[in-house]
Design a protein around this ligand. Structure first.
Ligand SMILES: [Zn+2]
Length: 316
């Protein structure tokens, strides 16, 4: 048997965020600056709201608790996460502890976070991937309106993340016909969007990828990538080489196609400060990703993959 979880309501397309009927007295949580979000809020037509705009990347549990305290007693009806992955993650965690519903509106398109039961929150400066049904959005709004303002680098990292998630999710051992259907469709769309410069298709591809991998899992590529993230490499960028090498190791049907996507996005090779053996020790306990990998992975395999990532020019 298998089970599928999705937001209660998914609204997609042009004007989706504009035409949505927002509840009164909601709390908008965002990572951007007033000159950007004021324009967004005007487009969305929200007039009755509170705002928290001090969200930062890699949100810590302290931030979540501080927002809870700051807005306690203000009768907030709904949280609205508006921005990149971190504003959505804050909303997910807040909503779990307060029981207040949440509307998630991504503006960078790639993580698919608005579709999933996952959230990444830092505890004592360590990023933790959490999963909880309470993290599911009450409504997810995907509107390409937000795309044109996205800087190239963020667009490229998000696109790579979405393609990595779709293809790793397809190969995941806990996948099923439903997740493979969504992951395959997502990858086809993302590939077309990237290779043929049809960037307006990215939000749709990323959304489908979120539904697909969100109900299976990512695998070796993501497991390898975290040692690079720990050294400050953006998530999507670290996946360019990591997922390519992981797909080769797994003999994935997506190996050549994923590599071509990364070549098109012109990702540079990765470097690692940490010795490979130590990095492998950090990766090995990540059972959530490794146990779902289609092939069994030993520590020696991990070291070989890391060596190919940093010394083998895998995107050439
Ligand atoms: Zn990812």
């Amino acid at each position: 048997m298998w089970k599928v979880l999705m937001p209660k309501k998914i609204v997609f397309g042009e004007n989706a965020a504009k035409e949505f009927d927002y509840p009164k007295n909601s709390l908008i949580i965002t990572t951007t600056t007033p000159e950007v979000y004021n324009k967004w809020i005007e487009y969305m037509g929200i007039t009755n709201y509170e705002i928290y705009d001090k969200a930062t990347p890699d949100p810590a549990i302290e931030t979540v608790e501080q927002i809870q305290k700051e807005f306690e007693g203000k009768n907030i009806s709904t949280y609205i996460g508006l921005g990149g992955g971190s504003s959505l993650d804050i909303c997910k965690y807040l909503s779990k502890i307060t029981g207040i519903p949440k509307i998630l509106i991504p503006t960078t398109f790639g993580t698919g976070a608005e579709m999933t039961t996952y959230a990444v929150i830092s505890f004592e400066h360590k990023k933790k991937l959490l999963q909880d049904e309470a993290f599911l959005a009450d409504a997810a709004i995907v509107d390409p309106y937000f795309l044109p303002g996205t800087p190239f680098n963020i667009m490229r990292n998000s696109a790579c993340d979405a393609a990595a998630q779709a293809s790793e999710g397809y190969d995941s051992k806990i996948g099923n016909p439903f997740t493979r259907f969504f992951c395959k469709e997502a990858f086809d769309i993302l590939e077309d969007a990237i290779i043929n410069d049809k960037h307006e298709l990215l939000p749709y591809g990323a959304m489908l990828s979120g539904i697909g991998f969100g109900n299976s899992s990512t695998t070796l590529g993501h497991a390898l990538s975290y040692v690079f993230s720990n050294e400050g490499v953006p998530h999507g960028y670290s996946l360019s080489s990591c997922t390519t090498v992981a797909h080769k190791f797994n003999e994935s049907i997506f190996y050549e196609r994923f590599k071509r996507i990364c070549q098109k996005l012109k990702f540079e090779p990765l470097k690692l400060k940490q010795p490979l053996d130590e990095a492998a020790d950090v990766i090995m306990p990540d059972r959530g990703h490794l146990d779902n990998n289609p092939k069994e992975v030993t520590k020696e395999d991990i070291i070989k993959c890391l060596d190919e990532i940093v010394n083998g020019n895998p995107l050439a």
